[in-house]
Design a binder for this molecule. Structure first.
Ligand code: GLU
Ligand code: MG
Length: 447
């Protein structure tokens, strides 16, 4: 690895790269990083660079909570070690390169709070069971002129939704996205003006799960840089205004055995995978849409998912089954989780989804009939009769759902689970004294 890092450092230095972001995402889905000068890359690849262990207990507002017993004092250091195979020069910030970081102990062991390691463990568990996964995130975000503090009143494009005209005034930005994503090794599936105010969406092509989470982080950096270069700012926050469509970061996954996509039909293990996700959906959502604005986003009628059910191509369903077809091929089939957003740690979100799906394949819980409508339009009695429950609607309900589901809570391990819950409690205490509009505004630029 030192050799690869030295070689990369030499090439990058010759090309004018001065430093490398060692990046990870915290328990709020907020990317954090340390830059090492390019000359220090090879050393960092072996010994890492120091950082405080308290990053695991930063809340969404950069406050540090001491509410978790394992990290209750300001003492303690970890080592951030770049994953050199995933090192990229940043096309939009050419003096910088980027690599995801592992969080290791001072002895070089995996740190129990390392979210990326938690995902790696689930992928390894899948491999033990003969399973492989494909995953890809869709990113929705809102665009505004630089300096804007309220996107709703100063939108970066005027709509109409899905119209090519909406993107004309963003032409330079869109061109930079297409160029920089390709140059940074990220594959865009498609890009469009989305439904919401000033909203744009792009999807990332499916890949292996750890790369999908790495890519999601790199995509954020790439989008922010392109926006900055074109006099814009972007918000990835779950909500940009109380009445606006939310920014979902829908998570598509599929599961494969011996090269066959098990989701190609819902007869056997594919049904188990989907039923596993449905069974644990309340607890999953506590990880995949964990912030206070996340819970505000999950309202019926906004295509974000508010009730626990699944559907076939039903955009209101938090679990949307996307079948393969003769045109698309069997490999295309996947499940989209809509209750997912930028305030989730992308590694943890994927880890719990894979764990729920694997448990479903193992236990084969019954898969109820798909629902083609929006249960938000039904009466409470109809929902009751058809067994459709509201997803946890605030932090306390999410926490209860998580604790009631050891199969999901256990994926994090006791240490990380404790830190994650302490951070959620800190966010909830912050929000308890504030009005919803203020909460949404405070999260706008965090991701
Ligand atoms: N913006 C919606 C959300 O909050 C999703 C719209 C769509 O189906 O793409 O997730
Ligand atoms: Mg969308």
């Amino acid at each position: 690895m030192t050799k690869a890092a030295s070689a990369a450092a030499k090439d990058f230095a010759a090309a004018g790269v001065g430093g490398v972001h060692l990046a990870w995402a915290d328990n709020n889905g907020i990317p954090r990083s340390r830059i090492v000068p390019i000359a220090g890359l090879a050393d960092a690849a072996v010994r890492g660079v120091g950082a405080t262990s308290l990053f695991a207990v930063f809340d969404s507002h950069d406050a540090i909570t001491y509410g978790h017993a394992g990290l209750a004092t300001p003492s303690g250091d970890i080592r951030l070690v770049p994953v050199v195979e995933r090192l990229r020069r940043l096309a939009g910030q050419p003096a910088l390169a980027w690599a995801p970081a592992r969080q290791l102990t001072r002895d070089g062991e995996p740190w129990p709070y390392c979210q990326r390691a938690v995902l790696e463990a689930q992928v390894a568990e899948g491999a033990r069971r003969g399973l492989e996964f494909r995953a890809g995130y869709e990113l929705e975000f809102a665009v505004a002129p630089a300096g804007s503090t309220d996107i709703v009143t100063t939108p970066g494009h005027p709509g109409p939704a899905y119209s090519p005209h909406a993107l004309v005034r963003l032409d330079g930005f869109i061109a930079a996205l297409l160029h920089d994503f390709a140059a940074n090794g990220l594959r865009i599936g498609q890009l469009h003006a989305e439904y919401g105010v000033a909203q744009v969406e792009l999807s990332l092509a499916a890949t292996d799960p750890v790369a999908a989470a790495d890519d999601q982080l790199l995509a954020r950096q790439t989008i922010h840089a392109a926006a900055h270069a074109h006099g814009l700012v972007v918000s990835f926050a779950p909500l940009i205004g109380l009445g606006s469509a939310g920014n979902g970061w829908h998570l598509h996954t599929s599961v494969h055995r011996k090269g066959r996509n098990l989701l190609d039909d819902l007869g056997g293990d594919g049904a188990g995978y989907l039923a596993g996700l449905l069974r644990d959906l309340p607890a999953l959502t506590a990880i995949t849409a964990p912030s206070v604005p996340s819970t505000l986003r999950l309202r019926p009628g906004y295509f974000a998912g508010a009730y626990a059910f699944w559907g076939v191509e039903n955009r209101e369903a938090p679990l949307r089954y996307v079948p393969g077809s003769p045109l698309l091929g069997a490999g295309h089939a996947n499940v989209e989780l809509k209750t997912s957003d930028a305030s989730a740690n992308p590694y943890l979100a994927l880890a719990v989804v894979l764990a729920a799906g694997m448990a479903g394949i193992e236990d084969a819980p019954a898969l109820p009939e798909p629902i083609g409508e929006d249960p938000g339009g039904w009466t409470a009695g109809e929902r009751e009769t058809r067994g459709v429950r509201r997803l946890p609607a605030d932090t306390a309900e999410q926490d209860a759902a998580l604790l009631a589901t050891p199969r999901i809570a256990g994926v994090l391990g006791d240490d990380l689970l404790g830190a994650f819950r302490a951070v959620r409690a800190s966010d909830a205490a912050w929000a308890a004294e504030r009005a919803p509009g203020e909460i949404v505004a405070a999260h706008l630029w965090r991701y």
